[in-house]
Design a binder for this molecule. Sequence first.
Ligand SMILES: Nc1ncnc2c1ncn2[C@@H]1O[C@H](COP(=O)(O)OP(=O)(O)O)[C@@H](O)[C@H]1O
Ligand SMILES: Cc1cn([C@H]2C[C@H](O)[C@@H](COP(=O)(O)OP(=O)(O)O)O2)c(=O)[nH]c1=O
Length: 218
Amino acid sequence: MSDNGLFLTLEGIDGAGKSSHLDALEALFRAQGREVVRTREPGGTPLAETLRGLILEKPMDPLTESLLVFAARRDHIVQVIEPALVRGDVVLCDRFTDATFAYQGAGRGFDEAVLSTLEQWVQSEAGRATLLQPHITLWFDLAPEIAAQRLAGARVPDKFEAQPVEFFSRVAQGYAARAAADAKRFVRIDASQSRDQVWQQVETALVARGVLSGGVTR
Ligand SMILES: Nc1ncnc2c1ncn2[C@@H]1O[C@H](COP(=O)(O)OP(=O)(O)O)[C@@H](O)[C@H]1O
Ligand SMILES: Cc1cn([C@H]2C[C@H](O)[C@@H](COP(=O)(O)OP(=O)(O)O)O2)c(=O)[nH]c1=O
């Protein structure tokens, strides 16, 4: 399958600040003449959004949770992500499979070998030579204690956001391990800085990767 688009994902523990930059990122790509598909996981299609509601609200065992996450992902890939990449669009996706390794794998302690098998099944496509993976992943790295402070009172916590700080310490370690294993794809953003400084890091990284022109401002 040809793949002329740009698949850009944002990752990090809850409260790391990634969603705060999605509007500006979308606007920036559009200002540079790109079509943008803004989407999220779990979710991004009617079926996957239905699954998201279950995943975020219902208690379930880690295998059930992982299967639902990957079922939602499969529908999202087939219906939205692959077609957009073939059109040459920018796919701006709030979370993808790194979140599964971080939350279900490191956070919940679920078997990463099973997650890897599911990743292979779900992200393979007839005609695609390699596994579908993001081209660039912006990893918003923030200490769980600071993320918890930012989230306190900011919104009604869902099933994951209600987890204790120890859970997010494991999730953060999961992200660090994924980033170390695929250092070319990951861009670590120091999310402890001010919103403007975080944005500067994002912009600088994307210019350096050659996917945005230089000299842009928000
Ligand atoms: N750099 C920052 N410094 C301080 N607070 C921030 C920063 N970025 C975001 N926030 C605030 O932290 C909270 C979580 O941000 P959000 O973007 O929703 O995080 P995420 O999408 O990663 O869960 C929000 O209340 C947001 O206004
Ligand atoms: C994509 C994905 C998300 N999640 C979790 C992480 C988040 O806590 C939650 C939803 O992510 P997110 O959209 O960032 O939540 P919000 O809209 O509240 O900012 O789902 C997993 O556990 N596994 C996954 O594979």
